[in-house]
Write a protein that binds this ligand. Sequence first.
Ligand code: ADE
Length: 271
Amino acid sequence: MRFDVVSIFPEYLAPLELSLIGKARTDGLLELAVHDLRAYTTDRHRTVDDTPYGGGAGMVMKPEPWAQALTEIAAATPAGPGGRRPTLIVPSPAGEVFTQKLAYELAEEEHLVFAAGRYEGIDERVLDWAAEQYTVRPISLGDYVLNGGEVAVLAMVEAIARLVPGVVGNPESLIEESHADGLLEYPVYTKPSTWRDRAVPEVLLSGNHGKIAKFRKEHQLRRTAARRPDLLERLDVANFSKTDRNVLWDLGYAVVDGRAVLRGDDRAEND
Ligand code: ADE
């Protein structure tokens, strides 16, 4: 899989040389290149921004350097026969929200190009024009505003690249982690079995795999209900076991039409 990142702060992306992503690059599992947007300017001052039409605070990124960078990147990596066009990801608080589901979807692509903007954003016409060569996707990390797209690129590249086969040594760890099954991950413990008067839950020392699995699922449900009830309410629980349904009931939820519904909600009252 190939990643290209365009930014006016290429050094910001240096962490992508470290850890699992860095190793996957050296092992040839991932190709990743970072491009300095200013290298695609033509004026003496290497200008990348200008004042916004219509007025208002801040500066807007000029279209020409982006067009030059995106044209060169697309030309350097032509899609093979029947190959898909590259996806252009534009980090923006005005984009669709990045989720684990989207990370899985993007991990199926051959080539992702990230346009890390700064200031008030990139001239909108660039996104429109780029759609001739790319599948363009403005994506937000969440409902807050960063100073630029670089941090969002770091997060997205890491979340996507670790789903590429071989990048994470033990693929089992992808199955059990938070969000993999729509629930948050269960709590984890290591030695010593008692630390500062706090004992590890007894069942985890029992060696009884059935009981351990039950304990973990219960705690996934408890944690999700406490911290992210929105996830629980979106989950398909039609195939939940009697035990899981009992946990949901304890947490105040009934199962109605395959969904967990808070008891007291009108839909649960008719159940
Ligand atoms: N750039 C600024 N804020 C952002 C956000 N929330 N997500 C992605 N890119 C951004």
